[in-house]
Design a protein around this ligand. Structure first.
Ligand code: GLU
Length: 406
């Protein structure tokens, strides 16, 4: 998917073939095997990766995910998407991504901590505030970031908060980082709704995925006046056309482990959830959710990609023809990495901002990026993903040329 999207963009913008050739590949991928002492006393070896796609604009940046289906190719694709994401919002970063093949849902906290420390130690030679700054992603949160930061700092012999973002505020995290991705989704949604003439007051919203991104997207969209009628997690979805009480759903999930079974809501599969009658759909789970199989049945007028890669290129074509706007991942979920950037800046200068300052700066950054992309969308008459790509790839290509890489 990542290669296909790049290819499509290269044609639209007439990209220099030499630059295209370089951009098809990551600059470096490290594969590590991490021995972890499990609670039963035995050693289990886990496999992990860190892919560094491109650093023409600045140090590599991107999260680390824990998931049983992680593959090296997936991590490489995700690192390429990070290059575009950082570029489209104008951050001084390149793209990177990490992943460990594991199922944290079946591991104890102690096992996850030992795995986290082992993984970060294993990749420590190629990360650091000036080299590559990891963060959270699927199944990793501020808890893991704290262990990563601690492990790296122990190795160096002094505190290095700027080597990782998404840390708890107590140890140099930024105010607002937890909510940032979801807030960004809502900001991009607000701007897109203006362009499409969607009135957010009472607009019906469906959110797939109820992790950090899904929950906060729903939370901030609700604040803008939307009605959240469906949400889901990996075990299934729930639906109530009158609207769901978000706080109560969150509490229910914290207690039971899933949103499924929430009183007063209909149970629905993750597949059916995507096809619900609604104005805005927010896929915030994993890749490959909207494909050529279901794209024709999507009822939403606007799709906000909270997840990375939820829509396939075939589905993009179908949705574009049908007049459904897709605010692409590299723009819609860029709020996370943007506040990661703010966190890194605060760490480097040792001076910390209030949540209001962070949210205000994020709003300005994303509105600027959205408008830039929207202008390209109107000028080139392509879909929003390609508009975002043209914007992102041009900036990286320019930096590569200036640096003399081609
Ligand atoms: N994992 C998030 C993403 O895909 C955040 C990356 C970061 O903050 O560096 O954008």
């Amino acid at each position: 998917m990542a290669l296909e999207q790049l290819e499509k963009c290269a044609k639209i913008m007439n990209l220099d073939p030499n630059i295209h050739e370089i951009l098809k590949y990551p600059k470096r991928v490290l594969c590590v095997y991490i021995p972890v002492r499990m609670d039963n006393g035995k050693i289990k070896v886990f496999k992990g990766f860190r892919s560094q796609h491109n650093d023409a604009l600045g140090p590599f940046k991107g999260g680390i995910r824990y998931h049983p289906n992680v593959t090296m190719d997936e991590v490489i694709a995700l690192s390429m998407w990070m290059t575009w994401k950082c570029s489209v919002v104008g951050l001084p970063y390149g793209g990177g991504k990490g992943g460990v093949i594991c199922n944290p849902k079946e591991m104890s906290i102690g096992e996850i901590e030992r795995l986290s420390r082992g993984y970060f130690y294993a990749i420590s030679k190629i990360v650091g505030p000036e080299i590559d700054i990891p963060a959270g992603d699927v199944n990793t949160s501020s808890r893991e970031m704290a262990w990563f930061m601690d492990e790296y700092s122990k190795l160096k012999g002094y505190n290095v908060p700027g080597t990782i973002t998404g840390k708890p505020v107590e140890i140099g995290g930024s105010e607002g980082r937890t909510e940032a991705t979801g807030l960004g989704v809502a900001i991009v949604g607000r701007e897109a709704a203006k362009c499409l003439g969607i009135n957010l007051k009472g607009a019906k919203v469906v959110v797939q995925g109820f992790g950090n991104v899904g929950y906060y997207s729903a939370y901030f969209l609700e604040k803008l006046g939307c009605k959240i009628i469906g949400v889901s997690d990996s075990r299934g979805g729930i639906y109530n056309k009158e609207g769901l009480k978000l706080d109560a759903v969150r509490e229910f999930k914290a207690k039971t482990g899933s949103v499924v079974g929430f009183p007063g809501a209909e149970v629905i599969t993750n597949e059916d959830l995507l096809e619900l009658e609604c104005d805005i759909l927010v896929p915030s789970a994993l890749e490959n959710q909207i494909t050529e199989k279901n794209a024709n049945r999507i009822k939403a007028k606007l799709i906000l990609e909270g997840a990375n890669g939820p829509t396939t290129p075939e589905a993009d074509e179908i949705l574009h023809k049908r007049g459904v706007m897709v605010a692409p991942d590299i723009l819609a979920n860029a709020g996370g990495v943007s506040v990661s950037y703010f966190e890194w800046v605060q760490n480097l200068q040792g001076y910390y901002w209030s949540k209001e300052e962070v949210f205000d700066k994020l709003d300005k950054l994303l509105v600027k990026a959205f408008n830039k992309v929207y202008r390209i969308y109107e000028e080139y008459k392509v879909d929003m993903r390609m508009a975002a790509y043209v914007c992102a790839v041009s900036r990286v290509a320019e930096a590569m040329k200036i640096r003399g890489w081609v």
